[in-house]
Design a protein around this ligand. Structure first.
Ligand SMILES: Nc1ncnc2c1ncn2[C@@H]1O[C@H](COP(=O)(O)OP(=O)(O)OP(=O)(O)O)[C@@H](O)[C@H]1O
Length: 354
């Protein structure tokens, strides 16, 4: 079972500063929302308010129409909160997972089996008898998640569940998390600063910056049509370049054609371009004149740093011959891997490049 989550007019102050100002957010029963934001955006604060760890200064949060304050223990027990740093007790791993089941009055005979199955799902069954606080950070994160899933919560709150894991362990952990959630109707709110994590687990992504929601929508919409430069940076665009929309719709960088066009009034804009959307051609071709500053192999691509009207980072597939430092090239942006964004205050409207 899941639950419907609703946030209205939420405003929270910390140290005399507004750290969260969220108008209206609804998470449907069984939906998965990822709150994507940089450090200090207010992600943990939002989870703490939803988990009723602290009450909001202003506004209302409800779970199936009931505020945590009115719903008391019964409502709070429908929510499991996995904090950023695993908060495990210094008893055995198995007892850590069994304890919340005991609080929920699960019969003793069943508790052990349910806890063991949860540990099994997260691939930490072999650690059941070990003291939980003597595990590695990654192991603790798995146990912490197993403990949350064991109670089969209606609402699961995950605060950077893969933080602190190396890239390989993170991928395996996220795959296990995805499998553990598959087939469950649990409503999930997951916070992260990693776009790849957000896009993997969520069916809706909310971009939170400085406590404010900049955009909310399906992962593909945020990735392909970020509403502003800060959302573009958040979802992983490698390049944010000062550009200009000419009267005929051509988007230029430093006066040179970028390969992008845009409907709407002329004026300054930002071109957001993924590294693999920066196409390099011989210097006498159309495009932005650039000089290759540095070339290094990366995962699946050559990372090419370019200097010119604006610094650019290009990702050239590893099976293509890379340019050499010092080479002169013309750079053009692939429309499907770019977005043209209005500058704040500029008379342009958000749109995708043609
Ligand atoms: N106890 C506190 N007193 C004063 N300000 C606080 C306190 N806790 C957090 N803040 C501030 O509230 C803002 C939001 O913090 P929060 O922890 O919610 O951000 P976050 O998005 O989860 O960040 P991170 O990704 O670093 O965990 C930050 O500016 C932070 O400095």
């Amino acid at each position: 079972m899941g639950a419907e989550l609703s946030v209205r007019g939420l405003r929270h102050v910390r140290g005399g500063r507004v750290v969260l100002d969220v108008g209206a957010v609804d998470v449907a029963d069984g939906a998965r929302l990822c709150v994507l934001g940089p450090n200090g955006a207010g992600k943990t604060t939002l989870l703490r308010l939803v988990a009723a760890v602290e009450p909001p200064r202003q506004g209302r949060i409800t779970i199936d129409g009931i505020s945590p304050r009115d719903g008391g223990v019964a409502l709070r027990r429908r929510v499991a909160y996995v904090t950023q740093r695993p908060a495990l007790l210094s008893t055995s791993v198995l007892r850590n997972v069994e304890l919340p089941l005991r609080w929920r009055k699960m019969p003793k005979g069943r508790r052990g089996a349910v806890a063991a199955a949860a540990l099994e799902r997260l691939r930490v069954a072999h650690l059941a008898d070990r003291p939980a606080t003597a595990l590695s950070g990654g192991e603790q994160q798995r146990v912490s998640l197993a403990r949350a899933l064991a109670v089969d919560p209606d609402v699961l709150l995950l605060d950077e569940p893969a933080a602190g894991l190396d890239a390989q362990s993170r991928t395996a952990f996220l795959a296990d998390l995805g499998r553990a959630l598959a087939g469950r109707a649990t409503t999930v709110v997951h916070v992260s600063h990693r776009p790849e994590e957000a896009m993997l687990l969520a069916d809706q992504v909310m971009a939170l910056l400085d406590g404010r929601v900049h955009q909310i929508g399906p992962p593909e919409v945020l990735t392909r049509r970020p509403v502003d430069a800060s959302v573009a940076a958040l979802v992983g665009y490698d390049n944010l370049v000062d550009a200009y929309v000419e009267a005929d719709g051509a988007v230029t960088v430093g006066g040179a054609p970028s390969g992008l066009t845009r409907h709407g009034p002329a004026g300054p804009a930002t071109a957001a371009v993924f590294g693999n959307g920066v196409r390099l051609a011989p210097a006498d071709g159309p495009g932005i004149p650039m000089r290759v500053a540095q070339v290094a192999p990366g995962p699946g691509h050559w990372t090419v740093a370019l200097e010119g009207a604006a610094p650019l980072l290009a990702k050239v597939p590893l099976d293509h011959p890379p340019p050499a430092p010092g080479d002169r090239v013309a750079a053009a942006f692939a429309p499907d891997l770019s977005a043209v964004l209005p500058k704040p205050g500029a008379p342009t409207r958000p749109d995708t490049p043609r």
